[in-house]
Design a protein around this ligand. Structure first.
Ligand SMILES: Cc1cc2nc3c(=O)[nH]c(=O)nc-3n(C[C@H](O)[C@H](O)[C@H](O)COP(=O)(O)O)c2cc1C
Length: 326
């Protein structure tokens, strides 16, 4: 059911474009300001609306604030990220019904829109915090069972990086600005904390999917995901913070990483069939020695195809960025 819907929503060419955008995407925080053509914006919005769900029964909406200045004025002031978002001509607001699984579902869906925009040459930046959820909610006409989950600016990236002040603010909130933990620290084999070296030496579909997951953006670059490879499953877990600021973004982050894994799989001709039901996943915890403060979010059945070489077209073509470029 899940895989069937994914195939219907995107053409193979679009999937390939979005997958290659994984290596290129960065959080863009300063923009050229000039408006994006209405039809391009409509295409980006459609990518969000037609994105593949993890949980098809959870309704989501994407609302375009076509005039960023008016949006900010109505919002009542600056829209702060960890710092200022400079010169963005437009914003898109992501809204979901609040129910079990809604955060990972939104991460999974909105990331497809973000990658689609990246493939078109547009800049975006996931934004979770530091704006008035209530005021933005009022602007988009929030229903009682809905929540504003995230926002993104949309526009053409400015050529230069952020100013010094912004850079310092960012540094305070995101200590290693865009760097990522090595794959060896994120992936285990058979059991928690057991190195997965044997799975990471060859450029297989599995390794490429994990590398794509590692490149996923995350709230304050916390990289909360850990992956366990068992004989027949890739298990996705995410670290629950001791103190939660704002929404449970650690679950949204897991959804983003899962979308990257799914895209690589589809490029390799594999239809990923995620196991998501908490009751089905719960039984794995003890056997894999997953620590209590990690949530189990999904399991992906693995077969021999995952251990074959990844198609050359989706291998990493962009250098890793150690710092945010914009
Ligand atoms: C759920 C979520 C919320 C985020 N919120 C903000 C934010 O409020 N402000 C901001 O500047 N960046 C925000 N980010 C961007 C992250 O800081 C960024 O993805 C991370 O530092 C990695 O850098 P990269 O996206 O350039 O690879 C958010 C990312 C995610 C996934």
């Amino acid at each position: 059911m899940w895989a069937l819907e994914m195939r219907m929503a995107w053409s193979l060419e679009q999937i390939s474009l979005m997958t290659r955008a994984i290596w290129r995407r960065v959080s863009v925080r300063s923009y050229r300001g000039e408006p994006v053509p209405a039809e391009t914006l409509a295409e980006v919005l459609r990518a969000g609306e037609e994105s593949i769900p993890l949980w098809p029964h959870i309704p989501v909406r994407f609302v375009l604030a076509a005039d960023a200045d008016a949006f900010l004025r109505e919002h009542g002031g600056t829209l702060l990220g960890y710092g200022r978002i400079l010169g963005a001509p437009h914003f898109i607001v992501a809204i979901s019904e609040v129910t079990a699984g809604y955060m990972e579902n939104m991460g999974f869906r909105m990331e497809q829109m973000i990658l689609y925009a990246t493939a078109l040459g547009l800049g975006t930046c996931w934004m979770g915090g530091f704006y008035s959820r209530q005021k933005v909610g009022h602007l988009v006409g929030l229903a009682e069972d809905e929540q504003v989950v995230a926002l993104t600016p949309v526009g053409w990236p400015a050529a230069g990086g952020p100013g010094r002040l912004l850079d310092k603010t960012l540094k305070a909130f995101v200590p290693d600005r865009g760097g990522r933990k090595p794959l060896e620290r994120l992936v285990f084999a058979g059991r928690w904390d057991v190195p997965a070296g044997q799975y990471l030496t060859q450029q297989t579909v599995l390794r490429t999917a994990l590398e794509a997951a590692r490149r996923a953006p995350s709230w304050r670059n916390t990289q909360p995901w850990r992956f366990i490879i068992t004989e027949n499953m890739l298990v996705v877990t995410t670290s629950r913070p001791a103190e939660q600021i704002g929404l449970p973004y650690y679950r949204l982050d897991a959804g983003i990483a899962m979308s990257h894994i799914s895209l690589v799989a589809l490029c390799a001709g594999i239809e990923p069939a995620w196991v998501l039901e908490p009751a089905e996943l719960a039984g794995l915890r003890a056997g894999l020695a997953i620590p209590e403060h990690y949530d189990l979010v999904g399991g992906l059945p693995l077969d021999a195809r995952w251990h074959t070489p990844a198609p050359a077209a989706i291998l990493i073509q962009e250098p890793e960025h150690a710092t945010s470029r914009h």
